[in-house]
Design a protein around this ligand. Structure first.
Ligand code: DX5
Ligand code: ZN
Length: 217
């Protein structure tokens, strides 16, 4: 089985010890650092804004993987880039002009990712899929860490993987929400390339060991 890339979500880090936790990620086998931005409108919670992203970026030695759970994400793409974004994910549900937003992300020199809520079918991506570097499939309803993984994700990943292969596209599948050692192997088998993990990593006694274990499943 292919080894997944692991993108630990700092939403579950200790915000009073952010430098320590980012340094732990630097030293770990994490591939990316997942940054969850929430606006309290698109999702019913507020996480943190760009001053905190700047503090993370100052210490981060791994590529930053931004996940914008906000309305009008097009207003903040430049701020993501300034604060270290390698990848920027916007929600399809927040973008009436998705094609334009995807081009804006690419014009900034970032990888373009589109996130889908659990109820959103992958068919809606059909026309924009060739432009995407990543599709981020939400395996919980976005807004909070520590939620239970939704099992309909497996079929969605399998289906998307088939479409990507049959159309000969070069697009990674990222899974976000409730990822643990109980579902990671099955997700990789279904076709996931990148796994986000927040509470499973940061609430474990040995976060770096947990990251390594997820990679090695
Ligand atoms: C949820 C966020 C996730 C979250 C994952 O809205 O997008 O990235 O931090 O946290 P866990 O792994 O705890 O479900
Ligand atoms: Zn996320």
């Amino acid at each position: 089985m292919a080894q997944p890339l692991i993108s630990p979500s700092v939403l579950a880090a200790d915000f009073a010890n952010l430098q320590r936790d980012v340094e732990m990620l630097n030293e770990s086998s994490a591939d990316l650092i997942h940054i969850d931005i929430m606006d309290g409108i698109f999702v019913p919670n507020i996480s943190f804004g760009f001053p905190v992203c700047a503090a993370i970026h100052k210490h981060a030695k791994k590529p930053m993987d931004y996940h914008l759970m906000i309305q009008k994400p097009e207003l903040y793409l430049g701020s993501c880039k300034e604060n270290g974004a390698e990848t920027i994910a916007v929600h399809i549900e927040a973008c009436p002009h998705l094609h334009r937003v995807v081009q804006e992300i690419k014009n900034l020199g970032c990888k373009a990712s589109v996130a889908l809520n659990p109820h959103t079918p992958i068919e809606l991506l059909s026309d924009v899929l060739p432009d995407l570097d990543v599709v981020l499939i939400m395996s919980v309803n976005p807004g909070f860490g520590g939620q239970k993984f939704l099992n309909n994700t497996f079929d969605k990943v399998r289906h998307l993987k088939e479409v990507i292969k049959s159309r000969n596209l070069n697009c990674q599948i990222e899974i976000d929400g409730g990822v643990t050692d109980q579902n990671a192997a099955q997700l990789i088998e279904a076709g996931a390339d990148i796994l986000v993990a927040g509470s499973f990593v940061f609430n474990s006694p040995d976060p770096a060991g947990t990251i390594l274990a997820l990679k090695a499943l």
